[in-house]
Design a protein around this ligand. Structure first.
Ligand code: ZN
Length: 373
């Protein structure tokens, strides 16, 4: 195999820090009647020794996931973020805005338009560029960041939102690693990447989404007489404490893969033996690696419920578990519902009161093996 070149700095020195083995493409949900086996690809995280960017090593070309129903949690977070950025004075009330969005949805353009910003045409210069989980989907990180930076008008801002690597490490979210997500940002690595295009972080906001999400504001060097503020400095200090550039700090993440998967399998097997019915909720990418590692099939988990019409008639990759519509929650009266996306807890409890009314409970699939369940 050719030596890997860093997706950002092109350096070739680095470490394989997380290896999930051969995994099905979590973006490709086969039809329910497709017997498989599904093609598998190596799923590995590599940490660049030069710029510190944690990244996907192999690069299988996989089709994009059907856009899911936009979770209310994501919509609420976007509104909160736009409000906070605006209140802090970093969002102009006029000018042009461009967005590099995520294929999973969650556009901020409507919110920006409501503030008076005008959406500019593709390729045009913008006063504000919003990138909400967009950049991570670019295989060539250097080129993608350079493209964004080049479109920012003099005096303009880049707003980048990302799931923090310190969260992934600190909360042992090993199943955040997935095909199609090429980069896992620390504020530290992103600062280095920004410096390469002549930008620097000026401020940031933290959100509880995914257990810890950061929105970083960056401006072109020399245009604003500002230094990274206390929030940026605290994020960098936290990166340092967690060890985002230290390959040794990832060992716990690798160990947790087996513990998490085994705890989940054992719990499902015990529930089945006890005659209790468990369903899953949220046919998300992070559920795919977890179910595959835990060797869960439909005997242990008869269905994963998902509200997205695009996923009906399909099954989970790498296993025979069908994706089912939410009506099955009322029909099956499960004793427990395994929630693969913990951010959805408040919203699913509201949407499906029948689960708890029928004596069932919602179980956080992320919590297994962490000692919190
Ligand atoms: Zn690098």
């Amino acid at each position: 195999m050719d030596k890997h070149a860093c997706r950002a700095c092109r350096g070739s020195d680095g470490y394989l820090v997380l290896d999930l083995g051969e995994q099905p493409a979590c973006d490709y949900f086969p039809r329910r009647d497709d017997p498989g086996p599904d093609p598998v690809y190596p799923l590995q995280m590599w940490l660049c020794s030069s710029c510190g960017l944690a990244q996907l090593l192999a690069d299988p070309t996989v089709p994009e996931e059907p856009k899911g129903a936009e979770p209310a949690a994501l919509i609420a977070q976007a509104a909160d973020a736009v409000k906070q950025v605006s209140q802090a004075g970093w969002l102009p009330d006029r000018g042009a805005v461009a967005e590099y969005g995520s294929p999973h949805g969650g556009s901020w353009l409507g919110l920006a338009a409501a503030r008076g910003l005008v959406t500019c045409a593709p390729g045009e210069q913008a006063d504000v560029i919003i990138d909400c989980f967009g950049l991570m989907h670019a295989a060539d990180q250097r080129q993608a960041l350079a493209e964004r930076a080049a479109r920012i008008a003099p005096g303009g801002m880049l707003l980048l939102q990302y799931h923090a690597l310190s969260t992934i490490l600190g909360r042992r979210q090993w199943n955040a690693l997935r095909h199609g997500h090429y980069a896992y940002y620390s504020t530290t690595a992103l600062t280095t990447m920004l410096a390469a295009v002549g930008f620097s972080p000026v401020t940031a906001w933290r959100f509880s989404l995914y257990g810890g999400t950061v929105l970083l504001a960056a401006s072109r060097d020399g245009e604003r007489n500002v230094r990274p503020d206390a929030v940026v400095q605290s994020l960098v200090a936290e990166d340092d404490r967690v060890g985002v550039c230290d390959p040794g700090a990832f060992a716990g993440l690798q160990r947790d893969v087996r513990a998490h998967a085994k705890a989940l399998h054992d719990w499902l097997a015990a529930e089945r033996s006890a005659g209790r019915k468990v369903l899953g909720y949220g046919a998300a990418s992070r559920a795919v690696a977890l179910l595959c590692h835990a060797r869960v099939d439909r005997r242990l988990l008869p269905a994963v419920i998902d509200a997205s019409p695009a996923k009906q008639g399909l099954r989970m990759p790498g296993t025979d578990i069908p994706v089912a519509a939410s009506g099955q929650l009322a029909a099956d009266k499960p004793d427990a519902v395994l929630l693969f996306v913990p951010d959805l807890l408040a919203e699913v409890r509201d949407a499906y009161p029948e689960v708890e009314a029928g004596g069932g409970w919602w179980v956080d699939a992320q919590a297994f093996g962490s000692g919190s369940l």
